[in-house]
Write a protein that binds this ligand. Structure first.
Ligand code: AMP
Length: 172
């Protein structure tokens, strides 16, 4: 996994001053690299057997939907405000750069079904914690999280409940 770091571009001051943005696009565009990166998560899904993978808009959709499709597991979108039709549940949260809100469709999860949340990157953990709240409010049995990248110094794991697993593939 460490050797894949050379395919992650670092863009300073994007999207705001002080942020070093991790750009994973060079990995996604090369099937061999993307496959190598995703394999541990495919294994995680086959051992933990979730009913759904919930992906967080928008970069989280890339890996979450690919994993769900390949694993034969349902995909649930967690989206920015006013994107989902029908009744939604929403939660406001802080992120590394600014504040935001996420929403999930109210009747999207069959009660007590097992859900794993997938996003591209864990930074401060605000996004992940908010997504977790939504999954639970929607009736899901949240079992854990999976990220492609973790910025360990920001201690995002601390925002996640200790009884859930947190898998991250590339750590900075
Ligand atoms: P946080 O809520 O602070 O854990 O931020 C995680 C979310 O923000 C993820 O959905 C990431 O896509 C995005 N994000 C935060 N920091 C970065 C970064 N340095 N590079 C790329 N994406 C980031």
């Amino acid at each position: 996994m460490e050797k894949l770091k050379k395919y992650i571009n670092e863009i300073k001051d994007f999207p705001k001053d002080g942020i070093v943005f991790k750009d994973l696009n060079p990995i996604y565009k090369e099937p061999k690299r993307w496959n190598e990166l995703m394999l541990p998560l495919l294994n995680l899904i086959s051992t933990t057997k979730p009913d759904y993978i919930a992906g967080i808009e928008s970069r989280g959709f890339i890996s979450a939907s690919a994993l769900a499709f390949k694993s034969g597991v349902g995909f649930i979108p967690i989206r920015k405000p006013n994107k989902l039709p029908g009744k939604v549940i929403g939660v406001n949260y802080k992120l590394e750069y600014g504040e935001d809100r996420l929403e999930i469709q109210k009747n999207s999860i069959q009660k007590d079904s097992k859900v794993i949340i997938v996003d591209d990157l864990l930074a401060t953990g605000g996004t992940a914690a908010a997504a977790g709240k939504l999954v639970k409010e929607a009736g899901g049995n949240l079992i854990g999280y999976a990220f492609l990248v973790e910025l360990t110094e920001l201690r995002g794991r601390k925002k996640i409940e200790s009884n859930l697993f947190v898998e991250s593939l590339i750590k900075y």
